[in-house]
Design a protein around this ligand. Structure first.
Ligand code: PGA
Length: 263
């Protein structure tokens, strides 16, 4: 694992309010087994951010809070949206942007993702973005098709950031092949480690190219997500990985305890 590894727990809409205290206790109990430098970020659904913050505080869990999405503006006539400023006030240090479940259901476009990323990187007092990218269907690792998709997604989300010379020191990228998400029925190593390491390096090179010298010594963390569980988490945390984004395995006390024990 590289220094300052991030372990992002995406609870999606799968965690009922009643389960939060036991998950918070599980995180508090097991966080001592997490290597010192690792940072755990819990991302509940919007309606449960406050209850989660209270439960995590009560159980003395050593964690940060995140959200699963935000609006692309700070205020205005946007019925049903949540401003990133409100999320910050609720205690969120991070927010997931462009998750494939949102991209694929038409809730997110390249434009909305770009606007959100620029908004969040443009003001240091807003939550830091965790930008999700990844191919939708299974692509052979030796073709350039996945490369092409990742380049397009990165350019669409970050092209404006590069042009406007916004700082990227708070940016986090999560590579999540959409076909591997929520696939616990498949094998535990459905994305072989060498493919993850290859994608990691490709993304790193793409970012360096996009920002050329402007990025300087700043190292953008690149996480892996998609069916991370107790059987594969150590592999996905191996260098050069910067961490993991965990969905299903973080939503039940049993599977979360097993995940922590495997770290
Ligand atoms: P999963 O979800 O771990 O259940 O595959 C990951 C994600 O959607 O971020």
């Amino acid at each position: 694992m590289t220094t300052q590894a991030l372990i992002v727990l995406n609870w999606k809409m799968n965690v009922p309010k009643e389960r939060i205290p036991s998950l918070a206790r599980c995180i508090a109990k097991n966080s001592s087994s997490v290597p010192d430098r690792a940072r755990i970020i819990v991302c509940p659904s919007h309606d449960l951010i406050t209850s989660s913050a209270d439960a995590l505080k009560k159980s003395c869990a050593r964690v940060f809070l995140g959200a699963q999405n935000c609006a692309q503006t700070l205020w205005g006539a946007h019925t049903g949206e949540v401003s990133p400023r409100s999320l910050k006030r609720l205690g969120c240090s991070h927010v997931i942007i462009g998750h494939s479940e949102r991209r694929m259901s038409g809730l997110e476009s390249n434009d909305s993702i770009r606007e959100k990323i620029e908004l969040l990187l443009g003001a240091s007092d807003l939550p830091a973005p965790i930008l999700c990218i990844g191919e939708q269907s299974r692509i052979k690792s030796d073709t350039s098709a996945a490369d092409h998709i990742l380049v397009k997604q990165l350019e669409a989300a970050l092209g404006g950031v590069a042009k406007k010379k916004l700082k990227v020191d708070r940016l986090v990228i999560a590579y999540e092949p959409a076909w591997a998400i929520s696939t616990s029925a498949l094998g535990p190593m459905d994305v072989p480690l060498h493919v993850w390491k290859m994608r990691h390096d490709q993304i790193l090179r793409m970012i360096q190219k996009l920002f050329s010298r402007a990025i300087g010594h700043c190292r953008v963390p690149i996480l892996y997500g998609g069916n991370v569980n107790e059987k594969n988490v150590r592999g996905f945390l191996e260098a050069p990985s910067s961490g993991v984004l965990v969905g299903g395995a973080s939503q039940q006390v049993d599977s979360l305890s097993r995940l922590f024990r495997a770290l």
